[in-house]
Structures are given as C-alpha cells and as structure tokens.
Design a protein around this ligand. Sequence first.
Ligand code: C2O
Ligand code: CU
Ligand code: CU
Length: 418
Amino acid sequence: MDPERIFELEAREEAVEVGGRQVRLLTYGGSFPGPLLALREGERVRIRFRNGLDEPTNLHLHGIPLPPEVDAPHRVLQPGESADYAFRLQPGSAGTYWYHPHLHGQVARQLGAGLAGALVVRGPVDETVLAGIPEQTLLLHDLALGADGTPLPPGGIDWLHGQEGDLVLVNGAVEPALHLPATLSRIRLVNAATARYFHLDLPGAELFLVGQDGGILEAPVAVERLLLAPGERADVLVRADAGAALVLRGLPYARGGKKAAAEALPLARIEVGNLQGLPLPARLREVELLEASTAHRTRRITWGGAMRPLRFFVNGRAFDPHRVDVHARLGTTEIWEIRNPMHLDHPFHLHTHAFQILDRDGVPEPFRAWRDVVNVRPGEVVRILVPFREHPGLTMFHCHIVEHEDRGMMAHLEVLEG
Ligand code: C2O
Ligand code: CU
Ligand code: CU
C-alpha cells in the first residue's frame, strides 16, 4: 500500500498574542488558528490527535466525506487521551475544509476559545487549470475576550443569537496586511466563527468564485460580494492591478433577529504585487448535475425552537444522542426540503454526504457545486439533493451556529445498506 501522510495535532491551552494582547486560548498545536493541513486527493492520511486540554474534546474534519466511524463525532476524548483519524481522500475531493471540536454541548465554547484550523485538499485541478496561481488561506474567526485575556464563554442571549466577539480576526490577526504577489491570485476563505456571518467584498478587485465548501466549480463565476455563513468556505480568484492597495471588508448583513452593523468593517489590508497574473481559466472541471427527477423521495427538515428554557429543534425535537431521527438507504438520492419558519438565519450542515442545492424559495441555484453548508434565511425553503452513494452508518446534520447546535439543533441520520 502507498505510504500514509502522518500529522500530529494536539489540543492544548496556550498563551498567544492576538491584536497586541496576550491571551490564553484553546489551541491546536499551540497556535491560533491551528496549523494549515495541506493534503492531496487520493492520499492516505492519518491525523494523530491528542487531547492536551484539561477537559474532554474531540476532533471533526468538517466537510471531508469520511465514513461515520472515522468522523466519529460522538467520540469523547478525556484529557490526555489520543485518537487517530485515518482515511483516504477520494478523487474529486479537492477543496477547502477545516477542523474544529464536536463535543455536543461544548462546541460553541471550545470553538469560540480558539480551536479551529484550515485544511486544504489539492487535486488535479490545482495542478492544471489553477496551477501557478499563488494562493493563501484566510481563516475568519472572532473572539470575545474578558478583561483577563481569556475567552468569554457564551452566556445569556448568546445562546439565542450566537456569540459574536468584538475582535474580528483573519488568521488570528486584527486587520492584517496581506500580500498577493500577482495580479491574479487565489484566496480560500473559511468562516470558522461560531455565529458571525461574513459578508465580504474587496473594492478595487474583481472576484471570481472557483469553489464552494469542498467542491471546485465548473467555471469561475464573477461575484461582487460573498456571504459566508458559519462553517461555509469560498475559493476565490482575485484580479486586480499591480500595486493595488485593497481592503477586504465585512459588510453589514442583517441576519434574522439581529441588527446589522452600521458600517463595513475592514478585515484585512491587501497589497497586490507586480507579478503579471495568469489569465483567468475559462473552465475548471466537470461537475455532475444531480437531477431532481432522480430523487427517490422528498424529506422535510424543519428548523424550530422554544424559549424558557431556550432550546432549538429539528422537526420539533431537540437532539437526543440515543435517537436516530432519519433513516435513508444507501444507493438512493433524496430531496431534503429545509424549511425555516423562524425569525433567525440557520445554516444547515450535513456530515459525510455532500449535496447540491436545487433551489431556494423555488429559485433554481444558478450553478452546480458540491456543498456541505447552506444558509436558510428566515421564512425560506431551501431544497437540496443528497445522494447516499457510500459511507453507510450513523451521521449527523445540524445548524452551524454552534450555539444552536449545542442547544439541540442537531439530528441523526442513519444510512442503511441494502
Ligand atoms: Cu463543522 Cu458537525 O460540523
Ligand atoms: Cu461537519
Ligand atoms: Cu441556528
């Protein structure tokens, strides 16, 4: 067999500098964000994870199509315990991913305290049509810090809206100065915040979306701005003049129940170098189109919640680790109709099985992409197509405002064989 790529990753508390302050965060490998893991399609990978915290945690490789027994989101690793995450990256998995804890009830606090890192999978498309384009990965996060420099756990109203920290960070830095060497460069964006939406623009540059979540698109799509809900990723080509000085901004976004910020927030300064960029590729790859007519059934997933005590529901029930909520059959494709009757936005996320968005409130999705997160706005109905082609077993789906996930907005899916 081909050799394994081995990575060691330890969760531990560490003093790090953020925005000119000494803070104590929960980190992967002592840094915030954790190390960028660069992988390749087809490769065998083993991540040796150790819990060096003084509390239980686990590791989730968000978006990677892993068999449930490898993903193991129910695993509880006590302080000092280790676990290996060993898998092979499937063909077609080139894309942008990330990793974070998944211990039910503790995700918001642990992710909010710094446990997040990006993971990039490269494949043939990166060595052909996108070869030679310089790239950077930008992990977006925010921190709510107490006066003593430790992260504030979510409390009170945070459980309703999700906690937004006042320190908004790009790769752990406040408004960093970034350098894009060429007039055509690539940035991979990861929204690793617990609840903050990033509505991005980059005035003075042209943006072309080339990938979303774990999938490269068929062809670049020109966009003016990008909305990244928690958990979502975007892979973008940036075209600008040599020497341009740009500002990546977070624009106001009125997510349900919360007032939008009054003005745009500068997130990073970007200076474009003098290297003549390559031409924009016309095509990227073939992306299979899933047809609604091939679906075996339609299933309704409805977000919900209740106050006093505050809980969030999927189809009227809060998460129960001992209950299987949905059964599906391996080898079938389903339409999931995700309905959000609430006044809050809720980003839907499914483990293990990538999906395509069919339509939003009846409006067909304009291009094909393989996704693992889709935001569902207040009152909206989003329909997705999910093929269950491999990886039978017990997996989960949830809202990726992780405060909501911790408070019950999660459910089990079991994919049965035969
Ligand atoms: Cu990013 Cu179930 O999580
Ligand atoms: Cu996930
Ligand atoms: Cu939610």
